[in-house]
Design a protein around this ligand. Structure first.
Ligand code: NAI
Length: 306
């Protein structure tokens, strides 16, 4: 298989490292900065001799090199800088992703596209519109990361292995995400049988602030180890056609009472992308948060010029 990663920053390069170690296929990494993807690709190729992988990794500034990719992962963009409004960020990243998407459509028209660039649900919509691809072929990484954070906090609280925790977080990627304790289990045991309500509520709150907690500690930049792990687990499901059930930002056509927008829902991921959207029963307050986040997303989308 051929996998291309657009953006050779923290998330992009770490994603390439994880993909290379899995030997899922040949990799192309692109960026707008000259030398950056080339230098990182060389470094990652040499790591193969030490770690023991033979994955081919090409760094490039030329979109022609992504030709015929089976999968393209988008991590290009800018982070919000001091003084920049959320609207400025949306405008800038949506312009970048429009250009990226046009090149994906031109050179890799058969590819599946996973978007990572924020604001996630908005930019994933922009990528779908400007590639012109079928909606099931374009989706975003959000819930796997948020669920990973929730699972990590649960394991810490229970002093148990993270491997046994299966968490589920849906909704918009940001303040309005919806962790679902009632669909979270530890080796099949419902979380709600293992922890009291108030403890769960605290873990839910920490999950919702999970990204911000890291940004505050780092003082510059944002998380990329867990985000790259999250997008690679989705990439692996696509490349291996494994039909994993994972949360992803997917295009909704009536599910959860929503139409024409992207937000996080449980999906079945395989070689053709989002093969199914799973609808769960939610609590009234969880529905309410979903409605709020979908309203916010819909407002932003209606103002986009794409
Ligand atoms: P970064 O700043 O380290 O890397 C971004 C890269 O994009 C830079 O190398 C930059 O040169 C490149 N770039 C900028 N404009 C470009 C263009 N027109 N074409 C190609 N490349 C271009 O940022 P980082 O930490 O890697 O984050 C990347 C994106 O992922 C951000 O939008 C961030 O908010 C988002 N993110 C999303 C997460 C999620 O859960 N969905 C989690 C973590 C990050």
């Amino acid at each position: 298989a051929k996998i291309s990663v657009v953006g050779a920053g923290n998330v992009g390069a770490t994603t390439v490292q994880r993909l290379a170690e899995l030997e899922l296929g040949e990799i192309v990494m692109t960026d707008i900065v000259e030398g950056l993807p080339q230098g990182k690709a060389l470094d990652l190729m040499q790591a193969g001799a030490i770690k023991g992988y033979d994955t081919s990794i090409i760094g490039t500034n030329d979109y022609a090199d992504i030709a015929d990719s089976d999968l393209v992962i988008i991590t290009a963009g800018i982070a919000r800088k001091p003084g920049m409004t959320r609207e400025d960020l949306i405008r800038t990243n949506s312009k970048i992703i429009t250009e990226v998407s046009k090149n994906i459509a031109k050179y890799a028209p058969e590819s599946i596209v996973i978007n990572v660039t924020n604001p996630l649900d908005i930019i994933t919509y922009v990528a779908m519109k400007s590639t012109g691809f079928e909606t099931k072929k374009v989706f975003g990484m959000s819930g796997v990361l948020d669920s990973g954070r929730f699972a990590s906090f649960i394991a810490e609280e229970l002093k148990c292995s993270k491997k046994d925790v299966q968490a589920m977080v849906i909704g918009g990627h940001g303040d309005l995400m919806v962790p679902l304790p009632q669909y979270t289990t530890v080796s099949g045991i419902p979380l709600t049988d293992l922890l009291p309500h108030d403890k769960i509520a605290r873990l839910v709150e920490r999950t919702v602030n999970g990204g911000a907690e890291i940004v505050e500690l780092l003082k510059q930049g944002s998380a990329f180890y867990a985000p790259s792990a999250a997008v690679v687990s989705m990439a692996e499901a696509v490349i291996k056609d494994s039909k994993r059930i994972l949360p992803a930002s997917a295009y909704l056509e009536g599910q959860y009472g929503q139409e024409g927008i992207y937000f996080g829902v449980p999906v079945k991921l395989g070689a053709s992308g989002v093969e199914e959207i799973l609808e769960l029963e939610l609590d009234e307050s969880q529905y309410e948060t979903l409605r709020k986040s979908s309203e916010t997303i819909r407002n932003v989308i209606s103002q986009l010029e794409i």
